[in-house]
Design a protein around this ligand. Structure first.
Ligand SMILES: [Mg+2]
Length: 331
């Protein structure tokens, strides 16, 4: 399991690096192809990927499907001019942050000051575009973009770590089932739900028979294999709405919401048969392992508290053990 996590981490770091290192995409928009070509030539020195659009509409389509570091937007275009295009970009949450450099033939005095594009950076270039001015502005925007990507990657990594921590804190290391701490949370919720709505809730307590003998005979390493394999068969025998916990050493607990005592007994029986049907093996050992199961349900026995529900299942489990093990008993 550890190796898997390390491998995941490596590939994840790689993907973050790729994300930061990948060539930034720049969209250039002009209704005249010769202007696009001239602009594109100016970008030859900059490591970036150039995308082209010949109209405002085409630009909007491109912006919706790509993550652009910036857009160079011609102001004077037929149908939809650059300012209108920018307004529409601003109105879309997905594209509102993309910086825009307006490219205009209007003089500084005549220029329309674009207002309202508050969430993204805006700048102007005047035609004919001077290469030094273009490169200066573009490099500032690219720096902003790299900074943003770095922050996004760091934030993503934080969220991923948080998710792993949350997952680890409620799971049992060895079997991957939920741990006892999480049982307290789930049991409280499910018990309250049954009390309030009168729905059934079944509890199964399962204990591997003679597990100490397995450990003594084959060693603890194989004992762990048995626990893992049993957990695996257990998980395969329940619905996705059921909960499986490692309760103690070789004790497991199942909570089956909206399941009556007959359904719970059947589940217990299925698990018992599934375990008894096939030896548990590793390269060196093979052992026949059986399980005893105690079953109880909320509507059958009306326990007063969640602890009582477990106590009833425990009592049934004791009876299953006393009657000769490898069986399911109802509390
Ligand atoms: Mg034009």
């Amino acid at each position: 399991m550890k190796a898997g996590v390390d491998f995941d981490l490596c590939s994840h770091i790689k993907s973050i690096n790729n994300k930061i290192m990948e060539k930034p995409k720049i969209l250039i928009v002009d209704d005249r192809p010769e202007n696009l070509l001239a602009l594109e030539l100016l970008f030859e020195e900059i490591p970036c990927e150039i995308f082209r659009a010949l109209s405002g509409n085409e630009a909007l389509t491109q912006v919706a499907g790509n993550d652009f570091a910036m857009v160079l937007l011609d102001v004077q275009m037929p149908d939809m001019d650059g300012f209108e295009t920018a307004e529409l970009m601003r109105g879309n949450k997905k594209t509102s942050h993309v910086p825009i450099i307006f490219v205009t033939a209007l003089s500084k005095e005549q220029r329309h000051v674009f207002q309202g594009y508050k969430s993204g950076a805006v700048d102007y270039l005047f035609k004919p575009v001077e290469p030094e001015v273009l490169l200066g502005k573009v490099s500032v925007f690219l720096e902003l973009y790299r900074h943003r990507r770095g922050l996004e990657a760091a934030q993503e990594e934080l969220l991923r770590q948080k998710k792993i921590l949350e997952e680890v804190s409620i799971k049992d290391d060895l079997t991957g089932l939920y741990n006892r701490r999480h049982l307290n949370t789930v049991l409280r919720q499910e018990f309250e739900r049954s009390k309030r709505y009168g729905t059934d809730l079944s509890c199964l307590l399962l204990d591997l028979d003679h597990f100490k003998k397995v450990n003594d005979t084959y060693g603890h390493g194989f004992g762990d294999t048995v626990l893992r394999e049993f957990a695996h068969r257990l998980t395969n025998s329940i619905r996705s709405s059921d909960f499986a916990f490692r309760f103690g050493g070789e004790e497991f607990l199942l909570l089956l919401p909206q399941t009556d005592i007959a359904g719970a007994k059947q589940t217990g029986e299925n698990i018992r048969l599934c375990l008894a049907a096939e030896n548990i093996e590793d390269i060196n050992h093979s052992a026949a392992v059986t399980v005893s199961v105690g079953v109880c349900s909320y509507r059958q026995q009306h326990p007063e508290s969640q602890d009582d529900l477990i106590a009833l299942a425990d009592k049934a489990l004791y009876a299953a053990k006393m009657n000769g093990r490898n069986q399911v008993a109802i509390g």
